[in-house]
Write a protein that binds this ligand. Structure first.
Ligand code: ASP
Length: 323
């Protein structure tokens, strides 16, 4: 793998390879010494043009646990705010010897431009671009579902036969888009549940079922319900009457959770608007995988960095190298 730009074009084999390497990485993370020497001497740049807490920290932890050097570059307070272009920034990073660039950008397609422009030779990882994609989030979500349902027997498995409901602000969500592609590539069935105003116009071309009724979707007994954040910062119009009305019709609360099959899990990519799309008891219930998603994110990003920077699966198992 040269870059990780989206899940739309990610093959089933590549997706499973990332998930399986992430299993190996996860195994190393329960040890006292979590650090592996694998990417010693490599430089990973976190290039963040949009705010992020968990994704940036997660990539930083992942790179450091593989012994790479990490440079955090946030656009605020940098020359970018003085008008420097993506090209100039990229070429500066290239001159500093970046081996991988993790980029988050408000414009859909920015990571693709960076990867194909010829400005840099580094591998590019998309950490969220506009409303387009957030591939490592979808990978960590798939990893989390696999882990919850198959436990130690997860390796090599896809998600055939699973039904996932993705609920809420689909329109502004790169997480939803990346999940739609990855989940269907892995064999799962996806239902999108949202008010009509928050369903994208081009959705008819997506391999999904649309529902406007959360209670009906819950009655269809999905294995996982993925709640999305209402992205108020991307909303330039009134998409629903009031927040109260939204949470009454589209929010996951204790009553709705009670109607789900006992084995079903509740997911959220974070950050959560508690009391809006998800109630505190749903977010904190034992079925909620919110914190597992965060922990698994580090293992999945270690796997992605590893596959981009160290090539194919090693002859030495990462666990052996840890010694
Ligand atoms: N953290 C995710 C993202 O960057 C989800 C969200 O912001 O709601 O897309």
């Amino acid at each position: 793998m040269r870059h990780l730009l989206d899940t739309r074009t990610l093959s089933r084999d590549d997706a499973l390879r990332i998930l399986d390497v992430a299993e190996d990485m996860r195994d190393t993370q329960s040890r006292e010494v979590k650090k592996l020497p694998t990417l010693r001497g490599k430089t990973v740049v976190n290039l963040f043009f949009e705010d992020s807490t968990r994704t940036r920290i997660s990539f930083e932890a992942a790179a450091k646990r593989l012994s790479a050097d990490v440079i955090n570059f946030s656009a605020k307070g940098s020359s970018v705010s003085k008008g420097e272009s993506l090209q100039d920034t990229a070429q500066t990073l290239q001159a500093m010897g970046a081996d991988a660039v993790v980029i988050r950008h408000g414009a859909s397609g920015a990571p693709h431009t960076l990867a194909t422009s010829g400005w840099i030779s580094a591998g590019v990882l998309n950490a969220g671009d506009g409303t387009h994609e957030h591939p490592t989030q979808a990978l960590l979500d798939a990893f989390t579902i696999r882990k919850r349902f198959f436990g130690d027997d997860s390796r090599g498995r896809d998600l055939a036969g699973f039904h996932v409901a993705i609920v809420g602000d689909i329109l502004h969500s790169r997480v939803a888009r990346s999940n739609v592609w990855l989940l269907t590539t892995l064999g799962a069935r996806v239902t999108l549940v949202a008010p009509p105003t928050l369903v994208p116009q081009d959705v008819s071309a997506w391999p999904v079922t649309i529902s406007y009724d959360l209670d009906q979707a819950i009655a269809s007994a999905p294995d996982a319900v993925m709640m999305l954040r209402i992205q108020l910062e991307r909303m330039n119009a009134a998409y629903f009457p009031t927040e109260r009305e939204y949470s009454r019709r589209w929010g996951l609360d204790a009553a709705r959770m009670g109607s789900l099959p006992t084995a079903s899990i509740v997911m959220h990519p974070g950050p959560m608007n508690r009391g809006l799309e998800i109630s505190a008891d749903a977010a904190d219930s034992p079925r909620s995988t919110v914190l597992e998603q965060v922990a698994n994110g580090v293992s999945v990003r270690m796997a992605a960095l590893y596959l981009l920077l160290a090539g194919e699966r090693p002859t030495t198992h990462p666990q052996e190298e840890a010694r």
